[in-house]
Write a protein that binds this ligand. Structure first.
Ligand code: SAH
Length: 256
């Protein structure tokens, strides 16, 4: 039966064999690895992944698509909203750090990235198709237009690599935006900082990205009674990730 793509689920199915090959080659799945695919859809990426890994866990919210996928014995189908999936429990059950992949639903890509950030210690790597604009922000270096909260929060926990750009024509139906594939590898010993504190600090810093930090972060630090020597005569976008991490550590030296 023909599946009609559902807009509300961000369904844009990959339909370009060369791009699929390139992504699966980049992932390079090996037999027995704990591979998890988010949003398998009609299985464009699922099939070549299973061909190499032998087995695969897939997380799909669309009931009709999940039912189709359940026909395939090599797949473990979790019919659920990915944002409610307990990846820590999944990794414990598999007894190994997960390899997570997916052509993500773009309407919830940031929530997915932040949901996974909490379990980065249970993950070996992540390969995601995302809106290109989001990938640009993820991998951005300081003093560039795309550098912001997403860059700092993710670069704290992951080494990230832009892999390839994918134009709208490679999908059916084509999305309105350009796409890109990114690789994320959790950093072995990330700075021990409180995630909520770092998130708040970076949000305040970037709330007025064109102004000097003393107008935004300076006031916030003052209100907290901080005597930090953090250089506030910079703009948020000029501050390297390491400086934000150091400040968060200074404010809360013993998180959790
Ligand atoms: N991987 C497929 C489909 C990508 S489209 C391909 O490349 O062709 C995004 C997929 O994510 C769709 O199958 C959609 O049903 C699924 N999806 C959307 N929201 C989801 C959610 N909250 N949790 C899990 N899957 C979701």
């Amino acid at each position: 039966m023909k599946h009609i793509a559902r807009k509300r689920f961000g369904q844009h199915f990959l339909a370009d064999p060369a791009i699929l090959d390139a992504i699966v080659d980049a992932i390079d799945p090996k037999p027995g690895e704990p591979l998890v695919e988010i949003g398998p859809g009609l299985g464009a990426m699922t099939n070549p992944l299973v061909a190499r890994s032998g087995a695969l866990t897939v997380i799909e919210l669309d009931r009709d698509l999940a039912a189709r996928l359940r026909q395939r014995s090599a797949l473990e189908v979790i019919e659920a909203d990915v944002l409610r999936v307990d990846f820590r429990a999944l990794a414990e059950r598999k007894g190994a750090a997960l390899r997570i992949v997916g052509n993500l639903p773009y309407n919830i890509s940031s929530p997915i990235l932040f949901h996974l950030l909490e379990v980065a210690d249970c993950v070996r790597d992540q390969h995601f198709m995302l809106q290109k604009e989001v990938v640009d922000r993820m991998v951005a270096a300081p003093a560039t237009a795309a550098y912001g909260r997403l860059s700092v929060m993710l670069q704290w926990r992951y080494a990230m690599e832009w892999l390839l750009d994918v134009p709208p024509e490679c999908f059916n139906p084509p999305p309105r935006v350009d796409s890109a594939v990114v690789r994320m590898r959790p950093i072995e010993s990330p700075a021990a900082v409180d995630a909520a504190l770092l998130s708040e600090l970076v949000r305040v810093a970037f709330s007025q990205r064109r102004k000097l930090l003393r107008h935004s972060l300076g006031r916030w630090l003052e209100a907290r009674g901080s005597t930090s020597s953090f250089d506030l005569h910079r703009r948020a976008e000029e501050v390297p990730v390491g400086d934000y991490l150091a400040l968060a550590q200074e404010l809360d030296p013993k998180p959790r």
